[in-house]
Each structure stands twice: as C-alpha cells, then as structure tokens.
Design a protein around this ligand. Structure first.
Ligand code: ADP
Length: 273
C-alpha cells in the first residue's frame, strides 16, 4: 500500500473520515450464527460493505491421508473471493493473495483451537467473500471464529480480527475500500480478546513506532467490541434453539410454552468504540 498521487482527500475539513466516521469508529457490524444446515457450524457477517459466509466441518478424517498429524488436528482454512464480490469481475479460483490469506488464517486458528484433543483429524473452515470492500480477511476470520464455536469446536478463546492503518497522515480504525486504496498503511491483526494475545499480524506500508502503538491500541480496543457482537450472535442463536427444544419437549407432553418474545435473530449494530 502506498500513497497515490491524485488520491482523494481522505480526511474531511471537519476532521471526520470520508464516510463520516471518527478515527476510532468501526463500520456497522452484524453477525448471524448457524445460517447453513449442512455445515457443522456456520456464520454470516456483514461488516460495512463486506459480506462473508463461513462454514466449518469437522473434526473429520483427513484427505489426503499423508496430511494427517498423529499428535493433533490440522486446521485447514480456505478463503475465497467470489467472482462477483468486486465491481470488476474477479478471476475465479485461487490466486496468490487468497493462498496467502488462507495460510495465515489457518495458522491463526491453529493457535486458538485445542488441536491436541483431536489427533489425526482435520477441522475445515471455508470462508466465502460474497461482497468485498476492504478488510475481508478480518471479516472472514471474525465470522469463521463464530462458525467454529457454532460447530462446538473447543477453543481457548474467540478470534477477533480487525485492522487499523494510516490514512491522510492519521491513524484510523477499520479502513474502507477508498482508505485501503489511497491510504499509506494497513495493519490487520488477529486477536484473542480474553488475553489480548495477537495471533496474526500483517503490515502493508510503513508506520512509525508511535503510529504502530496507536494502531495497536485501536485494534485491541475494537477487539473487545467485536468479541461482544460475536458472543451475542451465538447467544441469540442458542437462546432460540433452547426455547424451540423446550417447546418441543413440552408440547410432546401436551403443554404449550407461553410466548416470551424470543430475542431477535437480526440486530444491526454500529460499533463505534
Ligand atoms: P482485505 O480485503 O483483507 O483488506 P486486501 O488489502 O488485499 O485485503 O484487499 C483490499 C480490497 O481490495 C478487498 O477487500 C477488495 O475489495 C479489493 N480486492 C482485492 N483483491 C481483488 C481482486 N483480485 N480484484 C478486485 N478487487 C480486489
């Protein structure tokens, strides 16, 4: 990422960003857990103009067998951008960028999943970007983390991913496409929010030490907000599931459960921090 001549002014005269956000404000973020019937676990995320589906299968047998690890499970992530996810058609199939993202996401999840509990198996985690607007690797990881929890995969923490960067000389949280294209640096991170452990760090462009510290602080602060939205997505899903199963067992005994107004399954959240 480099500053481009002829780039638009990314910080407005009133001190806000082009889309009206403050420097430390996230784009609107919404997560839905358990959206696919076939997968063991799944999630859908809308983060700004990004839309990503995540599906988890496993732990299951490894194919090809030579990839098996006798001591632990392997976590195989697969990040893919749909051909229709960007305004110019993207050439379908894997490219160097998606292979790199797939590799770093696999490594990040291997750090949080209790892989020792499932030797010789694979946990497959597919992430399909349906609409892309910068920050798709972060959106994909954040959704995949919910899908893993939905699949009942034991993890020592959620994994939250978020990026900060430098735009028009200012450090800002959660870059959109224009900021990503014309900004000076981007720092996506995967964070375990309980301990603030950083399990993935990439940097595109250059930051001074102080700028890095500021971007790190924004990412850590945002990770707490995002982790709360992840938890709420799972709670909404399982509150509904628990109510349905209770109603089913009561109705088998001829008792009707009074309606309590189950929590809404869809809540738009604008997560300024
Ligand atoms: P991230 O999406 O994680 O920020 P990048 O910084 O590599 O990853 O990409 C930024 C944005 O550029 C993407 O979100 C997407 O909107 C766009 N983009 C990436 N790859 C392509 C591509 N092959 N064709 C068109 N647009 C792309």
């Amino acid at each position: 990422m480099s500053s481009v001549s002829g780039a638009p002014e990314l910080i407005r005269a009133d001190g806000l960003r082009l889309d009206g956000r403050k420097f430390d404000e996230l784009r609107p973020l919404r997560i839905e857990a358990n959206v696919l019937n076939r997968a063991d676990g799944s999630a859908y995320i809308e983060w700004g103009n990004n839309k990503v589906l995540a599906a988890v299968y496993g732990p299951r047998e490894v194919h090809p067998r030579h990839l098996q690890n006798a001591a632990r499970a392997i976590v195989q992530a697969k990040y893919n951008m749909a051909a229709f996810s960007v305004s110019e058609r993207k050439r379908p199939g894997p490219d160097r960028r998606s292979q790199e993202i797939t590799k770093v996401i696999s490594e990040a999840f291997t750090n949080v999943v209790f892989v020792d509990q499932f030797p010789r198996t694979t946990i497959d985690c597919y992430m399909e970007v349906l609409q892309a607007d910068a920050g798709t690797r972060c959106a994909a990881m954040t959704a995949a983390s919910v899908a893993l929890a939905d699949a009942g995969i034991p993890m020592r923490d959620f994994l939250v991913a978020v990026a900060s960067g430098r735009v028009g000389g200012k450090i800002v949280l959660d870059l959109n496409k224009e900021e990503d294209n014309f900004g000076e640096a981007d720092l996506p991170m995967g964070i375990a929010p309980r301990t603030n452990e950083v399990v993935l760090l990439q940097m595109d462009g250059h930051l001074t030490y102080d700028e890095f510290e500021q971007a790190l602080a924004y990412n850590l602060q945002a990770a707490q907000v995002i982790a709360k939205i992840q938890r709420e997505a799972l709670l909404r899903r399982y509150a509904v599931a628990a109510q349905e199963s209770l109603a089913e067992s009561l109705s088998a005994r001829g008792i009707d459960l009074p309606s309590t107004g189950a929590p809404s399954s869809s809540t738009g959240i604008n997560g300024g921090i």
